[in-house]
Design a protein around this ligand. Structure first.
Ligand SMILES: CC(C)(COP(=O)(O)OP(=O)(O)OC[C@H]1O[C@@H](n2cnc3c(N)ncnc32)[C@H](O)[C@@H]1OP(=O)(O)O)[C@@H](O)C(=O)NCCC(=O)NCCS
Length: 148
């Protein structure tokens, strides 16, 4: 098996823009991938840590961690976990989660939260295995472009 490295990525490169677009197409049928300028915004945002997984020096997975201080403490929120279909079931998803957990812990967060649709059964098994537990809560969304 090829060696896999996970690290926080700080630089926007054409490779990153293209690889992330391929990953986003496997995560969402509706999301438009960021432009290079939008990636620069992501990389320089103090709230955001963007982790990538590389296998044989190729980007094969990613996850975005948000760390933000609010009135009730430091919140850690995970978004957009995805591994290329060709590279799944090799432990890369778990490595990305562990990197986000370690970073959140060392930043002083007490919890790490995310949302995930029940239909994402592969993701659900992974989250349970790593130790995440479902919370009894609701997610609300207001469609800004449809409501005004
Ligand atoms: C969810 C997702 C990120 C998981 O990524 P992954 O890299 O396949 O995750 P892992 O390899 O760590 O774990 C997946 C399975 O492979 C198994 N596995 C891990 N290493 C393995 C190895 N070396 N050999 C064989 N199996 C292995 C794990 O035990 C796990 O098994 P399970 O599904 O029976 O629990 C990936 O399926 C994905 O990108 N899905 C589409 C996007 C998505 O749903 N994202 C989540 C949004 S909330």
């Amino acid at each position: 098996m090829s060696s896999i490295q996970v690290r926080a990525e700080k630089h926007v490169t054409p490779e990153l823009v293209d690889a992330a677009a391929a990953l986003i197409s496997q995560l969402s049928s509706s999301a438009r991938p960021p432009t290079a300028d939008e990636w620069a915004e992501i990389m320089t945002c103090p709230v955001t840590t963007f982790f990538v997984a590389r296998a044989d020096d190729k980007i094969v997975g990613m996850v975005t961690l948000l760390l933000v201080r609010i009135s009730t403490g430091l919140r850690a929120i995970l978004e957009d976990l995805v591994v290329l279909a060709s590279h799944r079931q090799r432990g890369i998803g778990e490595m990305l989660l562990q990197a986000a957990l370690a970073h959140s812990r060392s930043a002083g967060a007490r919890t790490l939260d995310f949302t995930s649709r029940p239909s994402r059964t592969d993701a659900s098994r992974l989250y349970h295995r790593v130790g995440f537990e479902p919370r009894d809560t609701r997610v609300y969304r207001y469609l800004l472009d449809r409501n005004g």
